[in-house]
Design a protein around this ligand. Sequence first.
Ligand SMILES: [Fe+2]
Ligand SMILES: [Fe+2]
Length: 315
Amino acid sequence: MPTYSYAECLQTAYRVNWRVSDVLGTHRFDRSRRWLPSQLSGTARISCLADDEKTKLTHVEMGAYAHLFGYVEEFIAPKMVSLAQDFAIDNRVAFDALVNFAAEEVKHMNLFREIRSLVDEAVGFPLALIGEEKAVARAVLGKSTGATLLLTAAIEWFTQLHYLTAFKDDGALDGFTKHIFKHHWLEEAQHAKMDHLETLRAFEPLTEAERDTAIDDLIGLVAAVDGLLQRQAALDVQNLERYLGRSLKEADKQDILAGVLCAKRYVFIESGVTHPNFQALFGAVTTAAQQQKVERALEGLLGAGGIPPRRRARR
Ligand SMILES: [Fe+2]
Ligand SMILES: [Fe+2]
């Protein structure tokens, strides 16, 4: 299993740190290009749209993709602030690293709010996006720390996968979109490593019963994420209809909804739980029985194709 350190994360964080104004500059989105790589979009699964309409669907999907990062950062930032307290006096490097992590997430929320305005300006109307992020953040923070951290680790590792395997080398993608997610990737790399350290620390003192609770909480959180994805996928279809300026037939709406939801489940769940670094972490803090329980829950959400291979059991 990889080893990370708060000191190395903090040094790298200071080196790659950016300001929102550096990322935004005077950039604007190019509506003639795709805004989301095909691996992260439902377009390849949809047969009822013309190519230019599929390009527009990626605009709507990217607006939702950026919004959902801001959405989860609502609970990640306060969680890191509360974890940092454990180090406040006796481990200044870990304290600084986690406080800086939280500050970066607050900055990312501000970035994604600005991006939301620029997306709305480009598409010509305010995209419909899921709300209630504060209520969701309160609910997530009410779950066990181990579960919240595992969910966070899955999210932050998939930011790495998405940039490196989908955004980075896609020459047809809008340049501003690539620029945004390159900067997010740069700072998220340290977050994912600190999630790893914090997850190991959170699980270490837990009893078996407490670990079972954490795994049950994690299963509940992933199901809740899926509920949010279903709601946003339905809003994406509404947004697309408005953007295209024509009424979609009911069968076409269902085709688009199925494609978009399948892509979102890959993007926000499957690509995180199957990430090798997440699997190494998950394997280190769970028993074989707990892993099987999570696999069964994922199978219910994603189908057999979404099941990660068997992880190494903790014992
Ligand atoms: Fe972030
Ligand atoms: Fe992050």
